[in-house]
Unconditional design. Structure first.
Length: 426
């Protein structure tokens, strides 16, 4: 076992024990404090560690301090897997209860540890490209049944390759950013002509983002092993979706306006290394994938995921769905291999959306489209209100955690409030 994952590790940051951010987690993010510049940090307990302060103090070996002062993680991530691992090991050591170097240096500690409650969290990485996959068999089957009721639910390619489309990096925003209801063109199957106006079927997609940590040369494919080593980590992702716009526009080239208006990303990137103890076998792949996609060990992760809604003015949120990252049919490594196999240059800071992660049972679906079966079976919220799709003022939150041996590896939360559509007359 990697010593940083040892469930017996205890930190001198007392709030770390039993929290979503124990010493075994150390997720990366970007924060600012008192309107200061954005800095790279890792969360522990109810604190964020200003990693640049430790580097400037000479505590992180040969990792240059300036990579932590750029306001994004890209420059650190570009240093590669050996440096990610070394830095994690060193941070783990400095935060351990039995190591005094930082624990006993009150002046340094005061500069390096900031209360999480006092910081503003930013998008952790400059998103270079955003590709969204469609890798949950249950989700693809449910959508197929609803959108193409007279055809087989899964299209013939689905079991042979991770289906995906190129999304927009420009509208990936950090958790907490309000989401404006989009305008667009819709035409319900029974209508004679399309009309233009606010989306009426605004939805979420419960996903995970894979953060690519490797630059590849155009024209050079990756192997599965290279792809796996090149994954820096994972974050929560909500791929907001306008279902009525999607249903009218998506044939033949896939979603366009239905997806490009906003995608929310969680503020914390949990490293692949921190998730190592939660590695599990994914669904059995049958037919066996072609050799370039064939994996020889478990490549999924057991991460519990949750969707909660609070209507405007609601005192409490209602959990409406519970799923698990492990349900994904195509693993993140397979998605990355497939993305690069034709020669596409991948970049540090690319994110791969997993696709909506739906489980096999009705309460485990990852979108309102499925949870309400296209609005036909509205959900009841704690305050008695019902929802087919999202309404203005709703706050939607997704969250995730992996749990084992008394250790919780939390991803934090990814939320957004729905704002009314813009006042626009074309
Ligand atoms: Mn999606």
């Amino acid at each position: 076992m990697n010593p940083t994952n040892d469930p017996a590790l205890v930190s001198w940051v007392e709030t770390a024990q039993g929290s979503d951010f124990p010493i075994q987690n150390l997720p990366w993010g970007v924060f600012s404090f008192n309107d200061g510049p954005a800095r790279v940090g890792v969360a522990i307990g109810d604190r964020v560690v200003d990693v640049g302060v430790l580097a400037e103090a000479g505590l992180l070996g040969d990792v240059p301090a300036d990579v932590f002062a750029t306001g994004v993680l890209n420059d650190f991530v570009r240093l590669g897997p050996a440096v990610w691992s070394r830095t994690r090991a060193r941070l783990s050591e400095l935060l351990r209860a039995d190591v005094g170097r930082l624990r006993d240096d009150a002046a340094l500690r005061a500069r390096a540890l900031v209360p999480l409650a006092d910081v503003r969290l930013h998008l952790p990485i400059r998103v270079e490209g955003y590709t969204d996959f469609y890798s949950s068999r249950e989700h693809a089957t449910n959508v197929g049944r609803m959108f193409r009721p007279d055809a087989p639910a899964l299209l013939p390619n689905w079991l042979h390759l991770p289906v995906g489309y190129n999304g927009r990096a420009s509208t990936v925003v950090v958790s907490g950013t309000p989401i404006r209801r989009p305008l667009g063109q819709t035409k319900a199957p029974g209508e004679a002509a399309p009309s233009f106006g606010p989306c009426r079927r605004l939805d979420l997609e419960l996903e995970m983002a894979t953060i690519v940590g490797v630059d590849t040369e155009m024209g050079r494919p990756l192997t599965l092993e290279e792809a796996e080593r090149g994954i820096f980590g994972y974050a929560l992702l909500n791929d907001w979706s306008a279902r009525d716009i999607q249903q009218w526009e998506y044939v033949p080239l896939g979603p366009f306006q239905a997806k490009v208006f906003a995608t929310s990303m969680g503020p914390w990137i949990v490293t692949a290394e921190a998730l190592e103890p939660f590695r599990v076998e994914g669904p059995k792949q049958d037919p066996e994938p072609l050799p370039y996609l064939r994996q020889s060990k478990p490549m999924n992760y057991d991460v519990e995921l949750e969707i909660a809604i609070a209507g405007p003015g609601a005192r409490e949120e209602t959990v409406v769905g519970r799923s698990n990252f492990a349900h994904l049919y195509w693993s993140s490594a397979q998605q990355l291999v497939h993305h690069a196999i034709g020669g596409c240059a991948m970049k540090v800071g690319d994110i791969l959306g997993s696709g909506t992660i739906s489980g096999p049972s009705e309460g485990s679906f990852g979108s309102l489209l499925e949870l309400t079966w296209n609005g036909q079976r509205p959900l009841r919220l704690a305050d008695g209100a019902t929802r087919g799709f999202l309404e203005d003022g709703d706050r939607l939150t997704i969250s995730g955690r992996a749990r084992r041996d008394g250790v919780t590896i939390g991803f934090g939360a990814c939320s957004g409030v729905i704002l009314p559509a813009p006042d626009f007359r074309g």
